[in-house]
Every structure is written in structure tokens, then in C-alpha cells.
Design a protein around this ligand. Sequence first.
Ligand SMILES: [Zn+2]
Length: 268
Amino acid sequence: MIFWVLCTVCAGIGLLIFSLQFGWWRASVSQVHARVLMYHMINYPKKKAKFNKLRVSPRSFQKQVRYLKDKGYQFIFMSELAESEENCVALTFDDGYRDNLVHADKILEEVGGKATLYLVCDRHGRDWSVTKKAKHNSGELREEEKLSDNDVKTMLSNGRWELGAHTVTHAYLPSIDRAELYREITRSKEILEKTFDVNVKSFAYPFGIYSDRDVQAVRDAGFETACTTKEGISERGTRDPLELSRVKVRGGESMLSFRLRLRTGRRK
Ligand SMILES: [Zn+2]
């Protein structure tokens, strides 16, 4: 008798933990609304690293994009979001890590996928994690290899990548004044367009932190879409194109978690 009570309690606790982790009871967001997925690095986790959540392994990424393809998702660039039809997914990569070319690009080629790269202009030798929190002084992101301009040109020429802006220095927007804000946002667009001879119409807020002032600056600079790090699926019709939510894909996440969040947009 006690045995069965214990079994029931354990099963109940297990179900509760599972439910809290995956939020399976949430209603699916209709496929009319495109999914915007957020990635940073496609690389193997490093021992004792602080930012392994930003490293999705190549094998996991391959499984994820194969799943998207098998489910009939159409891969779109951020510039195609406004006209997107049912069952669309926009993959986005923030910052400009070199593994986006070394690993992600090959895997995208396999499935006929494409993605938008939010590239920091002045990205070499910088540790932007310090900009936000001084205690993040491990230098981990500074040491991580970034894409060279030539790498980016290679990616753009193969048709699988579109460029978006992510400020000049990966600025922490709340800490800078108005003049600096315009420099970071407007200049980032100009620099990328001049360097790579492309139109840059999309922006991603560094750290996902921004205010109304920053949204206005992004609008004034002429961007058509802007991504936040707010978790979710922005719905067509009600969404603000300059404050788009994204489904965050984390390193070490299971396929079950990926599939459920693709459905609901959120972890919790
Ligand atoms: Zn970033």
C-alpha cells in the first residue's frame, strides 16, 4: 500500500517537473505566425565555460533543421517576414561567430535552409559580456573566433545568408547617450551596407535590452524589422515589427524541448 502511494507521489512530482520544464499544456500558436528562432554559436560546449547555453552543438543544430524541413517549414530571411505565409521559420544568428560559417552554413546547405546574421561591425577582440556585467570578465566571448569580412562575403555570396545589424560595438543601449545611440544604430547599418554592398533592413537589440527611445532610433535609421530576446512567437496582425519576439534555442536542449517550444514559443 505504502509502495503504491509513494509511486503515485513520485509520478506526480515527475509530471509536475516535466510540465514546468516544457509547458506542454500551452496552446499551440497557429502556423500562420512565422517562428523566429534565435541562435548564437553552432559549436561544441567547452569545459567550465560560462556561455555554453549560447553553444548549440552541430549535431543538435542538424537535428533541429532536419526536423524543420521534415515538418514542411519554409526557411525565410527576416526581410521576407512581412510577406511570409503559413509554416515559415526565420533562423537568426546574433553577433558573428566564425562557427556560423564553419558549422551552421554546411548544415543549412544540406537542408536547403537559410538564415539572417546579426553582425556586430567592430567584433574582433571585444568581450561584450563585460559591457553589461563587469563580473563577466572571463574573456570567453572575446576569445571566441569571429567571422572575418571575407567569411561574411563568402556566406552572402552563397545565397543562404542575409545580413542584419547588431550595433557597431555590441553596445549596452541603456548606458549610452543619444548621440552615441544614433552612432551605434545608424552607423552600423551604413558600415554593413558599404562593406558588403547589401541592403540591411533588420536589426537585433544587443542583449535584447532596449527602451522606446531605442525603438525610435531603429525606426529613424530605416530598419523594417528588429528582434528582441523576448521569448515567444510574435503574431501577425498584432506584432510590432520593431519589437519581435524570438524562440531562443539553447545549447544542451533536447529535441523534445525544441519541438514543444516551436509549437508554443516559450519555455515557461
Ligand atoms: Zn549579441
